[in-house]
Design a binder for this molecule. Structure first.
Ligand SMILES: [Zn+2]
Length: 443
């Protein structure tokens, strides 16, 4: 079962989440009917791609845009394609803008460090690579009730009938839908949304249904706060002192083996290429995909457990920028780590939405270098990846725990929230450090 979260207004407001029920197989007994669906997809997909390209480059995404491209599809189907393309383009533009902002922040931090003379020896000036416009590879149709209709079946051998408009005028496909027991259980007493998704995987077609659910937030603004630090050595560290999940050990071993395998394959390809062999073995790795899935599952388990053990508390977590991710992943340094790191905050937001827990993002700047006792900020406070040892007050603890405590304290810290940029954050923290020194009788 896959889930999607909808935008919500504030951390304590009720939120509507959409839960999807996936992997409902369309009956293979109707080979002729599914062939008609294939034909439809062969026309639909290129059309949708044209609008994706348009909305990602020349025009702002507009799901109500008037049809522009010639197609044998009905106007209703064209509207569906435009709507789907607008959604894809909007996500693309948002993610790209976020990545670009991260790049600009990285660049500023780089020049700041350069001016201060605190640049790493291996530090390189960040560069920006323009993103490619998304390509639709697999047949996926996000249809609405104007073109695909789902009706309960009166006949007991099927659960629903799916009526799909086709390329031929007024000719409709009627496909029976049979649910598995767990699908039926998930959809029991729910109002199913009228929009459905049709996916083609391999030879078969699959249906995704969804329903909306309103979740009330259970945590009050006065509830105790737990800070969460995310990383690689420990996926999640709570400010209460416990770690959840790790990339080290088995996962890391598997990743190493996978990398070796890919290297050997690449070598082989080069060798064959030189000899003029036409058909080369693919470099994509099944075990790599399996590994990535396994990492995501381990992350999900870690986040779930952390939430379960901090019931009734509100959660503070970091806004992870590319810079923070790179900093955190530096010890092991691989793209795989960074991309998995980004899955952790996503999983935190989703868990919070579905459980009705208030989870609030706080600034991440210097959260791993700041001393949680005296606020002194220094890279030298981190003699190695796991240890935090303050150069001024001597406070010493696990580095992730120190960061989790800083994150906990940042929830509700309006002064810090108002800071614009890393420089302002650093100035504020050092002011607080001076204040602390005065109060504790330091010279
Ligand atoms: Zn200190």
């Amino acid at each position: 079962m896959k889930q999607r979260k909808r935008r919500h207004t504030g951390p304590y407001d009720p939120r509507t989440i959409t839960r999807a029920v996936t992997h409902i197989r369309l009956e293979a007994a109707n080979a002729g009917k599914l062939a008609a669906l294939d034909e439809l997809a062969q026309v639909y997909l290129p059309l949708c791609q044209q609008y994706v390209t348009l909305f990602c480059s020349d025009e702002r995404p507009n799901k109500l845009r008037a049809p522009l491209f010639a197609t044998p599809l009905s106007e209703r189907w064209q509207r569906v394609a435009i709507q789907q393309a607008a959604g894809i383009a909007r996500a693309f533009r948002t993610n790209r803008a976020q990545a670009y902002q991260d790049y600009v922040d990285d660049l500023l931090a780089y020049h700041e460090q350069e001016a201060e003379g605190t640049l790493d020896v291996e530090g390189e000036e960040p560069t920006w690579n323009e993103w490619n416009i998304p390509t639709l590879r697999q047949a996926c149709i996000q249809a609405n009730v104007n073109v695909v209709e789902l009706e309960p079946s009166q006949d007991s051998s099927f659960d629903y009938w799916l009526t799909i408009s086709t390329l031929e005028f007024r000719k409709q496909l009627v496909v029976p839908v049979k649910l598995a027991d767990y699908h039926r259980e998930a959809l029991k007493d729910k109002t199913i949304n009228t929009s459905v998704i049709l996916n083609k995987h391999g030879e078969g077609w699959w249906l995704t249904l969804s329903y909306d659910k309103v979740v009330q937030v259970q945590t009050a603004p006065s509830a105790p706060v737990v800070g969460i630090d995310v990383g690689i050595a420990n996926f999640v560290t709570a400010s209460s002192g416990k770690h959840y999940g790790t990339f080290h050990g088995k996962l890391r071993e598997r990743q190493k083996r996978d990398r070796e395998k890919r290297r050997r394959k690449a070598k082989l390809r080069k060798c064959l290429e030189k000899k003029g062999v036409k058909k080369l073995p693919s470099t994509s790795s099944k075990s790599g995909q399996r590994l990535a899935r396994h990492v995501r599952q381990s992350i999900n388990r870690a986040v779930n457990q952390c939430f379960a053990e901090h019931e009734g508390m509100q959660i503070a977590y970091e806004h992870l920028s590319v810079a923070t991710m790179k900093y955190k992943a530096r010890a092991m340094n691989a793209y795989l780590y960074a991309s998995n790191l980004a899955h952790i905050p996503r999983q935190i937001t989703w868990n919070a939405a579905k459980r009705g827990v208030a989870a609030i993002r706080v600034k991440s700047a210097y959260s791993s270098q700041e001393c949680s006792v005296c606020h002194y900020v220094d890279r030298a406070n981190r003699p190695n990846q796991q240890t935090f040892c303050c150069r001024v007050c001597g406070h010493s603890t696990h580095a992730d725990l120190n960061a989790a405590l800083n994150i906990q304290h940042r929830l509700g810290d309006e002064e810090l929230r108002a800071c614009r940029g890393r420089k302002a954050v650093k100035a504020l923290l050092l002011r607080r450090h001076q204040e602390w020194k005065k109060q504790n009788g330091y010279p």
